[in-house]
Design a binder for this molecule. Structure first.
Ligand code: N01
Length: 859
């Protein structure tokens, strides 16, 4: 059995924690033949399920899924009794697993790791425990859980209370009998919501102190769902694999129904089905867009509030229980059994701390702003210092004495949530920056443990002793984690996901919300690319392929995947008319565009007949500066409708009148027809600015792609013709040259919508080869002296990126003022996909600001 570690002991690996992750980590490391010591402060295995023994504690992921899958034999030997197993049953399971694989022999209980210091000379970790033991190990692995460090009490007077005090996170093993007692519960998160109905059964009086009402849906616990059991019985491997490659670690059919477009009856039916299912991923997946779109989220939130009001009899209490200060899902939603019904009991009372805050805990009970309460017992269900608390509890020091808490002072920074630069051979299981708490933990834990174990195996095979992420790879991953969070509603909430529950904790979105499958793919890709972003060293030298594993905005990737699934023919294989029809059909499926003050269509004279235009007026009182806008489409495609969402967006954001002009297209009217029309449109608009609701003399040009090309040309021609005066030129991913040899073509010419063959197709339709060097086709080759200020937008994954940058450079060299906007992680088209690609919104905000700054009276 379990022998205490000794000062001289050396292990291959030390693992902190003997819960779900620590047990499996130990199992895997042993199978690699490594010597391992696991420490846990508890006196048995179980981790979170050892400590959280409060009444009603259960998992809220179906136990068919919240279970190890690494050994089919293990699965045959254990049958869960319910859809959501109780804490005692889950603890029994973990004990069973520990015994079945003889894991206890390597676990030292009732012992915490106090410090872990990296010894650069020895290339080992030096570990001390709270029992004074010192030992050394090659690999230090924290499997210490995301919700294991209780939050410190931050309520005045807690030490004064003379009655019994309980914490849901540290519940007495012998249980508590509240019969006949006056009990207070503080906190209405998952723990409080599970415990309250059961405490109410015993207590003579129960008072719940609620700071923030929480969304909760009924668990409908009972037998394991038949559908899942059947699927598992039919093909266990297929089921487990589906879980591993699902968004949340539980196989679900993702929906493509959008809340913003669903009919009322469809919305109601989907919601009621999810309510009946009693599963988190059902209620979180009523609509595909509820996590990102406030309107869609609001539909689900309101239906839940309706349910609460229908359950709770007292309207005032019902109202106080209805969450209104955060979007549904942005704080962890709960599954309950009779939670809201509990408030109908005569001896149960809700105290809304928003109306009457606690002023102090007293000897006898709790004082609020306008009442004193007497209690026999107080239960704190006040939560955890999530995701970083347990890691920071150990004094971890890496290379050159760098302390982990110092490194993470402004928030955690990790590569894949697995490792952090400066701390060689230090691994975290379900660390910040991994899906962890947003997923089925069992699946995420197995994936992490497997990745670490496989990595150590690969290191051994290849003769490496240390591994550590590079700063570049890590900052790239941090950025990707932030990008994923930023397109969702999550950062708007004061949640523990954001560190907002712990006073003074930096406010950053801690988990990775890109999904289990997407995350797993990223981890696999890192390995497939020879551990991209990791530096590995050994006696034979070091190996490091530095780089960033995910540079594209997550929603842009998603759109590209969806487009690929549609299997549309490449545009360049179609005729111009077929391509136009395909674009028109795609435009018909767009979400509603932003509202503007007014939209009117008109005609303006052009060099070869009238040119249709569409005028967008912002909601504010005019007159406004005017922007003449030219749509994209390679001089062949596009019209007033194609760029309508972008024009609306620019109009509202920049508070300018936008005049979108439909110029002549190729092949019907080839070069220089489009450029001639653009210049004519600029002249006409400038001379009619006042009639259009604009400010005379305040006219800019703008264009996207080929539209950017003719906008740039129009500026050169206005200069040459001595007018009109142009206040600025906004060039969004413009074509500025016909040279396709720049690196951005090589990097991005395939697979990001605008491809090299498509650019050939456009140019072939537009201009003869002999004309392609003409400055009216390739403005980069023109005279750039004396041009108006410019804003040049370039996208990372655009073949045209480098010619946009070249134009910005050349303008600057000629003395023009240039603002560069980098659409980080975007393709040629994605920034313009208003309402579809959410990560484009901040870029468009920057563009709109640049547009406003063209005009002297800009606010
Ligand atoms: O903790 P919480 P939890 N004065 O942070 C309130 C998982 N889990 O232990 O929201 C007054 O969610 C606080 O109020 P506010 C699950 O992931 C799973 O319940 O900060 N109130 C909140 O109401 C879960 O999300 C299961 O305004 C104070 C509550 O205390 C996570 O663990 C079961 C306060 C804390 O809620 C944490 O859940 C249990 C103060 N000073 C837990 N400080 C399963 O079902 C805090 N509060 C698997």
């Amino acid at each position: 059995m379990n022998k205490p570690a000794e000062a001289t002991d050396r292990f291959d690996a030390v693992v902190v924690g003997a819960g779900f992750s620590g047990l499996y980590m130990l199992y895997r490391l042993r199978r690699l033949g490594l010597s391992v010591k696991v420490f846990d402060s508890a006196d048995d295995v179980g981790g979170t399920w050892y400590w959280n023994r409060y009444p009603g504690a259960r998992c809220d992921i179906p136990t068919t899924d919240y279970t190890y899958s690494f050994d089919p034999e293990l699965e045959k030997e254990w049958t869960w009794s319910e859809k959501y197993a109780t804490q005692p049953e889950i603890l029994d399971y973990l004990r069973f697993v520990a015994d079945r694989y003889g894991l206890r022999a390597d676990i030292e209980f009732a012992t915490s790791v106090a410090s872990a210091h990296w010894d650069e000379q020895e290339r080992r970790w030096s570990i001390t425990t709270d029992r004074g033991t010192r030992l050394r190990c090659r690999y230090y692995i924290m499997a210490s859980g995301c919700l294991s460090m209780p939050k410190s009490l931050d309520i005045k007077g807690t030490e004064r209370f003379a009655g019994e005090v309980y914490f849901t996170s540290r519940w007495p093993h012998e249980g508590v009998d509240f019969t006949g007692q006056r009990v207070a519960v503080i906190g209405t998160g998952s723990s409080g919501i599970q415990a309250i109905p059961l405490i109410a059964r015993q207590a003579s009086q129960l008072t719940v102190f609620q700071r923030t009402p929480n969304f909760s849906v009924p668990a409908h616990n009972g037998p394991a769902p038949a559908g899942r059991l059947t699927r598992l019985a039919q093909d266990r491997d297929e089921y487990r694999d589906a879980a591993r490659w699902s968004p949340g670690g539980v196989p679900v059919e993702p929906t493509d129904v959008l809340g913003v477009t669903a009919s009322e009856s469809v919305a109601r039916e989907r919601f009621e089905d999810a309510w009946k299912a009693g599963q988190l991923f059902s209620i979180l997946g009523v609509f595909a867009d509820q996590g990102v779109n406030p309107k869609s989220n609001g539909i689900v939130a309101e239906m839940i509030r309706e349910k609460i009001r229908s359950i709770v009899h007292d309207p005032r209490t019902a109202d106080a229980l209805c969450p209104t200060d955060h979007y549904f899902g942005t704080k962890r939603p709960c599954l309950d059994t009779g939670y809201f019904e509990t408030y109908n009991l005569p001896h149960v009372r809700l105290v809304d701390l928003r109306r009457q805050p606690i002023t102090s805990i007293t000897e006898d009970g709790i004082d609020t702003a306008d009442e004193s309460f007497g209690f026999d017992a107080i239960v704190y269900a006040t939560g955890f210092d999530a995701m970083t608390g347990a890691v920071a509890a150990v004094d971890v020091t890496g290379r050159d004495g760098l302390s982990l808490t110092e490194k993470w002072a402004a928030g955690p920074s990790t590569y894949l949530g697995l490792m952090t630069a400066g701390f060689p051979n230090f691994f975290m299981i379900t660390g910040p920056g991994s899906p962890s708490v947003l997923s089925n933990m069992a699946v995420s834990i197995e994936q992490h443990v497997d990745w670490v174990a496989d990595c150590l195996k690969d290191m051994r095979t290849e003769g490496f002793e240390t591994i550590e992420p590079t700063p570049l790879a890590e900052s790239g991953w941090d950025q990707h984690v932030r990008d994923c969070g930023a397109i969702t509603l999550h950062p708007t909430a004061n949640s523990w996901y954001m560190g907002a529950n712990v006073p003074g904790k930096p406010r950053v979105f801690l988990p990775y919300i890109g999904g289990v499958a997407v995350y797993r793919q990223a981890c696999d890709d890192v390995v497939a690319r020879d551990y991209l972003g990791f530096r590995r060293t050994g006696p034979g030298g070091e190996r490091c392929l530095d780089g960033v594993i995910r540079r594209m905005q997550p929603d842009v990737s998603l759109v590209l995947q969806l487009m690929a699934k549609l299997g549309l023919p490449p545009m360049e294989t179609l005729s111009a008319d077929e391509a136009r029809a395909m674009m028109g059909a795609a435009a018909a499926t767009r979400p509603p565009s932003p509202e503007v003050g007014e939209v009117t269509d008109g005609l303006m004279p052009g060099p070869a007949g009238d040119l249709p235009y569409r005028l967008y007026r912002p909601p504010s009182a005019g007159p406004h500066p005017v922007v003449v806008y030219f749509h994209g489409g390679g001089w062949v495609l596009g019209d007033l409708d194609s760029d309508d969402p972008l024009c609306r967006d620019l109009c509202v954001r920049s508070d300018t009148v936008i005049v979108s002009v439909n110029y002549r297209h190729s092949p019907e009217a080839r070069f220089p027809a489009a450029a001639d029309d653009a210049f004519a449109a600029l002249r006409w608009t400038a001379s009619h600015a006042a009639e259009l609701g604009g400010i005379p003399g305040q006219v800019a040009v703008a264009g996207w792609s080929a539209g950017g090309n003719i906008a740039a040309v129009a500026c050169q021609r206005a200069r040459d013709a001595g007018g009109p005066r142009v206040s600025g030129q906004l060039l969004i991913s413009p074509v500025t040259d016909s040279d396709m040899t720049r690196p951005s073509y090589a990097e991005n010419g395939d697979g990001y919508v605008l491809t090299t063959p498509l650019m050939h197709w456009f140019w072939d339709y537009y201009a003869d080869p002999a004309d392609r060097g003409d400055p009216r086709a390739a403005p980069l080759r023109g005279n750039l002296d004396g041009l108006p200020p410019a804003c040049v937008v370039t996208a990372d994954f655009d073949p045209l990126r480098d010619e946009g940058l070249a134009y910005a450079d050349a303008l600057e060299a000629s003395g023009a003022q240039v603002r560069r906007v980098r659409a980080r992680g975007h393709t040629h088209t994605s920034v313009t996909m208003v309402g579809v690609v959410i990560s484009g919104a901040p870029v468009r905000a920057e563009i709109a600001e640049a547009l406003r700054n063209f005009f002297p009276s800009a606010p």
